[in-house]
Design a protein around this ligand. Sequence first.
Ligand code: ATP
Length: 446
Amino acid sequence: MGFSSLFPVQVAVWQETIGPGAFERDLCINSPTGSGKTLAYALPIVQKLSTRSVKCLRALVVLPTRDLAMQVKEVFAAIAPAVGLSVGLAVGQSSIADEISELIKRPKLEAGICYDPEDVTCELQSSVDILVATPGRLMDHINSTKGFTLEHLCYLVVDETDRLLREAYQSWLPTVLQFTQSNEESLFPLANSFLSSTFGSLKTIRRCGVERGFKGKPHPRLVKMVLSATLTQDPSKLAQLNLHHPLLMTTGKRRYQLPEKLESYKLICESNLRPLYLVALLQELGEEKCIKIKEYSGLQHQSRRSKTLKSFREGKVQVLVSSDAMTRGMDVQGVRNVINYDIPAFIKTYIHRAGRTARAGQAGRCFTLLHKYEVKRFKKMLQKADNESVPHYSVPSSSIESLRAAYNSALGKLKETVESEASRKRKFGSKFSKLSRTKPTDRRKG
Ligand SMILES: Nc1ncnc2c1ncn2[C@@H]1O[C@H](COP(=O)(O)OP(=O)(O)OP(=O)(O)O)[C@@H](O)[C@H]1O
């Protein structure tokens, strides 16, 4: 990958997994945006699986969004094939049939023998050792893909944990945990309830009666690694993961930390002049003469979003106007500035947005447009991430003045567009209501 050394979080995780820690504890990793968490879990998993002799699904990485899952798959794909491991993706990017044929190997047809596709006795095998998935598609495979099993799973990674725990997604987590439990656990629920009442949450019995973390056994327990740049430390939330002697690995004392080389600035302006200041700021920042702007949001179709992201990665688009769909985990090289058009409601949101720059030890800047009444709240918010003073950034008044005429004419055009849209909707609305009044049965069909 062209990297000459490991980042601190990667060294620390390696020590706890392949090193002396020997995967004996589950890991909760809280490390700033862009600090290299993906490789921190990918390297030990690939290293550990490199000696496997039979192919089956042994590692599962769950991420909240498709683009993020595709990005993480690329990281695994860069290192896993070198040791003969295959990586799969379950995100719903392609049809379920295509995805199944990528993930499940059917027995080769021998001459003269005809296999019944419905025959459950014929051996279906996993084509992948490592699967990167979003919860929705993962649940589809768990519920309906023949041959898809989690029974051999050894490693479970929950990336962007706080986000994934917040959203239940058809109870994906309890389902995964249930399917990865040892046979003993599900066969003897009473024994388990006895164990948990005796030993509290620190159960030490696992798959095939093997003690958790016991080295050198053929059936090790399911190891879990959970990560985020804003990882929750609330035990009641983390309890859902059923962690084994969890070890919290964190960069500083605080939960919230910004990347070392990130500079935060505030830009104060009247709310109604925000677009004007935004353009003036972009002009200030833009070294390139031609700025192409694209939109990226969860409201768009996935294929359109992926296309936009590709253009942004390739530098064909210099400015991406994005919702928070782009914030968590997305890694685009060369992003030097992030602009908060609105003040984020929470420090967590600020961290994930700002974290699209100043990644991998690079410098970056985050600007926040504020009304003067918002300054106090903003300051208090950034103090939660140990950021005591946020300097002002001012754009020259000459650039504001030079843009004013264009801004006013754009506002006029916007007003016209909004009005014509509204009248179109009114017309359409009245037609529709007339139609529904006269043809109630048709409406029901529709
Ligand atoms: N050892 C390394 N040397 C140089 N660059 C690295 C190294 N490890 C990772 N990187 C690069 O650092 C960038 C950030 O890594 P990554 O996306 O894993 O960060 P992260 O900690 O997961 O961030 P976030 O919290 O935003 O998801 C990536 O572009 C990655 O290729």
